[in-house]
Design a protein. Sequence first.
Length: 279
Amino acid sequence: MTDPITSTFFAVSVADGVAHIEMDNAAKANSMTPAFWDDLPRIAAALDADPAVRCVVISGRGKHFTAGMDLAAFQGIMELTGQEPGRAAYAMRKLVLKLQASLSALEEMRVPVIAAIHGACLGGGIDLITACDIRLCTADTAFGIEEINIGMAADVGTLQRMPKLMAPGVVRELAYAGRRFSAEEAKGWGIVNAIHVDRDAVIAAALEMAKTIAARSPLAVAGIKQAVTYARDHSVADGLDQIATWNAGMLRPDDLTRAMGAKMKQQQAVFDDLLTDAG
């Protein structure tokens, strides 16, 4: 990465093909300020454009992953309520679409994104982790779809992505009641892949997993991410057609030869980075 990524909300580092995005608003439990929503898609785009980046880990500094939307982010919403109803509704929809796009930026990256979760992961935090590819958490993590507790329906991705990760009936219960649920429940429902003892351990596990992924063919990893995401929203027949077309265009002998040769020698293959975008 030629230029360092700066942000008032996030700390970003890159090493050995792995980018680590850390929410750095620990004094407010990493609550999602306007800077969160503005900076995340910009950071995702910069990392996605960097051919040296092959996997991303996102975590939170301090005691909690995130307590969700910061009250400052609600200020603009409350101000709209005093405006002409039609225009207020138009502006509100535009704002929600912007917030949705901020988190969708993670899903749209070519590289996998691993969430390393600890402490509280509430409200907008659920929206965030459901836009990631893989989720790991600590034993003390408390999850909650809490928008119902302030009189609204979650609108930034939870209700759309979570039913694709677990039983829809359980999602409905959690969203209707707004109750918090534990790490063990989350693992039992398939939301998280594994539970670790504390924040240091879950971040270490996420970085180690990311390092393993970063050692694989970046072209194949990009193909897997696109195929799995596509299959989620399409029929099996459409998904089969999509991956056939992908491999017809992207499957090349160089990566195959390196991978098979290294496997026979019981060595780790080394793959070239993807090319940067033209222009």
